[in-house]
Design a protein around this ligand. Structure first.
Ligand SMILES: C[S@@+](CC[C@H](N)C(=O)[O-])C[C@H]1O[C@@H](n2cnc3c(N)ncnc32)[C@H](O)[C@@H]1O
Length: 618
C-alpha cells in the first residue's frame, strides 16, 4: 500500500501534509475495510501527542494533535455513521488537548480556536468548555469566559479547578471595571498577581504637534490609577547581541497581528515613520478587551510586514532603561513566559494603549510594572483635559533634544523652554561637572563607598551649582531650582555615596532630603530610587527627632507622596509594613546612625546605591 498507509501519512514531513492526507482519504474511501486500522492509528497518534505534552514539548504535541484532528475530520466526511461514532471522540480529544497545549504556551487565540473546534463536535465536552473559558480569560473576554466556565460547572458541579477559575475570572472582571487592584501581598513579597487591563477616564485625541495623544476626561488626584495595560508582545535575546531583542519583538508582532483581528487593527494604528504621520485616531474600545468593539466589515486590514513591524517596535516599545526598574521587567517575563527567563537577556516589550502616550520632560504620569502589567498613575493632581505624558528619556541631560531625535521630535515642554534660557548662565558648572565625571569614569576607582576626597570634589561642585542658582539674572521658583539641580543630579547622588563617617546625621538628612526634592520637582515616583531615598530619609529623621516629632510627621507626608505616585494609594499601616519589609531599618540605619555604622563597617553604608536602577544612573 506504500505511501497510502495511515502511519506514513501521519508521519510525513509537513510540506507534503495536505496532499498526502487527501490522497490517503481518497484511498480509504475506496478501501473501507482499512477503516479499523485507520482508527487505531489515529488513536495511537493522539497518544503520541500526549507523550510530547507530558514532556512539556508543547510545540510537537500541537503539531501532532492538529494532524490527528484534521485527518479525523476529513475521515468523518467520507465514512459511515458507525465509524464516525468511533472517530469523533478521538478528534474531540485531539482538539481539546491541543487547546491545553496552546494554553500552556499562553497562545490564547489559538487555544480558543482549538477548544471551539472540539466543542463543535461535542458541545458538552467539559474539558473543552473549561479550556475555552481559560482561553477567553487569557484574552480578557471575562463575560464570555464566565459563560463557558459556568456551563462546565453545570455539567460537573463542585469541580475544584472550575470553581477556582470562576472565582479568578470574577475578580479579574472586577479589576477591569473598577480599577481596584489588591497589590498589597505583591508589594510585600509575592510573585506578581494577574492584573486585568483597566482604562480609566481617558480619551484619544489629535494633538497640535505630536500626532495623537491620551487625554483625561475627568480630573485625577496624585497617585491615582489611570491605565493598566498588559504587554502584548515580548522580545528577548542574549545580552551582547545588538538589537536582536528588537528584531525578535518585531517578529512576535507580525505573528500577533495575524493571530487576531483586534491585534491586527491595533497594529494598523501604531505610530511608524513608514506611515502617514497624520494617522487616524483609533477608537478607545479597540484597547479595551471584552468591549463591544467590532471591526468594520468593509475594511480589510493587512498585518504589518517585518520592516514596518521593526519601525513600530523601535518607536513604541519599552525596555528596562525606559521603565527604570529591571527587576520588575524580569518579574514580568516570568509571568509572561510561565518560567524564569535566562539571567543574561536583553528584553523589550510592546504595550498597545500606552504607546499613545507622548513625551514630556515634566511628565504627568509615572509608569511602574507589576509582572507584565504596566500601571500608569498621575504624578500630580491633574484637571480634566490634561494630556497624559511620560518621559521617554533619562531626563537629567541638557541634551534631551539629541536623545529624542530617535523618535524624530524636539520637545518644547516648559522645562525645555526654561533650559534654553538658563543654559548660557550655567555653562561653566556644566563644564566642571562633565570634567569631574569624565575624570571619575576614566581614573577614579568605581568603588562606591565613603571617600573623603571624592566627597569634597562633589561638595565643591554642588556649592558651585548652588551659587550659580543664586546668581541667575532671573528669579526662579523652587520647582525651577529643582530643574537646574536635576541636571547635576548624579553629582548630588555621588556626594551622598561618598559621604564620610564624620559628617553629622543632620547634614546627611539635609543631603538626602535635597535630592528627594530634586526628583519631586522633575519626575516624582518614576523610579525605584525615589522610594529607596524616601525610606532612607524617613529612617534618618526618625533616628534624629523621634516618631512623634513634627519633623517626622512632615517628612512622612513627603515620603508617602513618593510611594503613592509609584505604587498607588496606601494607608499609614500599609506604608509602615512596606517600609519594614522592603526597606528594612537594618540596612537603612547605618547611613544615619554613626554608632551602628562604625560597628558594622562601610559595607552596609552603601545600601542606597546598590539597587540596579541606581547603577544605571551612575
Ligand atoms: C510612542 S508614539 C506616541 C504616540 C503618537 N503621538 C501617535 O500618534 O501614535 C511616539 C511618537 O509621538 C510623537 N511625539 C511624542 N512626544 C512628542 C512631543 N513631546 N513632541 C512632538 N512629538 C512627539 C513623535 O512623533 C514620536 O515618534
Amino acid at each position: 500500500m506504500g505511501r497510502e498507509s495511515v502511519a506514513s501519512v501521519l508521519a510525513a514531513p509537513s510540506l507534503q501534509l495536505m496532499a498526502d492526507e487527501i490522497r490517503y482519504l481518497k484511498h480509504l474511501e475506496k478501501n473501507p475495510q482499512e477503516t479499523g486500522t485507520f482508527i487505531g492509528e489515529l488513536e495511537k497518534w493522539r497518544l503520541a501527542g500526549n507523550r510530547h505534552f507530558n514532556k512539556k514539548d508543547f510545540e510537537s504535541a500541537i503539531h501532532i494533535y492538529k494532524r490527528c484532528a484534521r485527518l479525523g475530520r476529513g475521515f468523518e466526511s467520507i465514512t459511515t455513521e458507525e465509524f464516525r461514532g468511533r472517530a469523533t471522540p478521538i478528534v474531540i480529544m485531539a482538539d481539546s488537548n491541543c487547546a491545553q497545549a496552546y494554553l500552556e504556551r499562553r497562545q490564547w487565540e489559538s487555544a480558543l480556536q482549538s477548544a471551539e473546534g472540539a466543542l463543535s463536535l461535542g458541545p458538552q465536552h467539559v474539558k473543552s468548555l473549561f479550556r475555552k473559558g481559560k482561553a477567553l480569560q487569557g484574552l480578557q473576554e471575562f463575560k464570555k469566559a464566565l459563560a463557558a466556565l459556568e456551563a462546565a460547572l453545570e455539567l460537573r458541579p463542585y469541580d475544584d479547578s472550575t470553581m477556582a477559575a470562576v472565582a479568578e475570572v470574577k475578580s479579574a472582571y472586577h479589576q477591569s471595571v473598577t480599577g481596584e487592584f489588591d497589590l498589597y501581598n505583591y508589594y510585600l513579597e509575592n510573585l506578581p498577581p494577574f492584573c486585568s487591563d483597566y482604562v480609566g477616564s481617558v480619551e484619544i485625541k489629535s494633538t497640535a504637534t505630536a500626532g495623537r495623544g491620551l487625554f483625561l476626561t475627568e480630573s485625577m488626584k496624585l497617585g491615582q490609577l489611570v491605565i493598566v495595560s498588559n504587554a502584548i508582545a515580548l522580545g528577548l535575546a542574549a545580552r551582547g547581541k545588538f538589537n536582536e531583542h528588537l528584531i525578535n519583538l518585531a517578529f512576535a508582532c507580525t505573528r500577533l497581528a495575524t493571530s487576531s483581528v483586534r491585534y491586527a487593527h491595533q497594529f494598523r494604528y501604531f505610530h511608524s515613520r513608514l506611515k502617514n504621520q497624520n494617522a487616524r485616531v483609533p477608537p478607545l474600545e479597540l484597547y479595551i478587551p471584552g468591549s463591544d468593539w467590532a471591526p468594520d466589515p468593509h475594511s480589510k486590514v493587512e498585518p504589518p510586514g517585518i520592516e514596518e513591524a521593526l519601525e513600530i517596535v523601535r518607536i513604541n516599545s519599552f525596555d528596562s532603561s525606559r521603565i527604570g526598574n529591571p527587576e520588575a521587567f524580569l518579574d514580568g517575563l516570568k509571568d509572561a513566559l510561565g518560567h524564569t527567563p535566562p539571567a543574561q537577556v536583553n528584553v523589550c516589550a510592546l504595550w498597545a494603549l500606552p504607546s499613545l502616550l507622548n513625551h514630556s520632560c515634566l511628565p504627568t504620569c509615572a509608569v511602574s510594572l507589576v509582572g507584565k502589567a504596566m500601571f500608569i498613575r498621575a504624578t500630580r493632581d491633574l484637571p480634566a483635559g490634561t494630556e497624559l505624558t511620560i518621559s521617554y528619556v533619562v531626563s537629567d541631560s541638557l541634551d534631551r533634544e539629541q536623545l529624542t531625535k530617535a523618535w524624530n521630535f524636539a520637545c518644547r515642554c516648559e522645562r525645555c523652554l526654561f533650559d534654553e534660557i538658563v543654559k548660557p548662565h550655567i555653562s561653566d558648572a556644566v563644564q566642571m561637572f562633565s570634567d569631574i565625571m569624565s575624570d571619575f569614569e576614566a581614573r577614579l576607582p568605581r568603588a562606591l563607598e565613603p571617600d573623603k576626597l571624592k566627597y569634597e570634589i562633589f561638595s565643591r561642585l554642588i556649592h558651585h551649582v548652588e551659587q550659580r542658582i543664586q546668581n541667575l539674572p532671573c528669579k526662579l521658583d523652587d520647582r525651577q531650582k529643582g530643574w537646574v539641580r536635576f541636571i547635576f543630579q548624579r553629582g548630588y547622588m555621588l556626594r551622598i555615596v561618598f559621604c564620610p563617617q564624620e559628617v553629622s546625621r543632620l547634614e546627611k538628612i539635609e543631603m538626602v532630603a535635597q535630592l528627594l526634592n530634586i526628583y519631586k520637582a522633575v519626575e516624582a515616583g518614576t523610579c525605584g530610587l525615589n522610594l529607596q531615598l524616601a525610606a532612607c530619609l524617613l529612617k534618618g529623621v526618625e533616628l534624629e527627632y523621634g516618631r512623634s516629632s513634627h519633623e517626622y510627621q512632615s517628612t512622612r507626608k513627603v515620603v508617602a507622596m513618593h510611594f503613592h505616585v509609584a505604587l498607588g494609594e496606601m494607608d499609614d499601616d500599609f506604608l509602615d509594613k512596606l517600609l519594614k519589609a522592603k526597606f528594612s531599618s537594618d540596612s537603612l540605619a547605618p547611613f544615619f546612625n554613626e554608632i551602628s555604622r562604625s560597628e558594622k563597617g562601610y559595607q552596609q553604608h552603601t545600601f542606597i546605591w546598590q539597587s540596579r536602577s541606581q547603577q544605571s544612573l551612575l
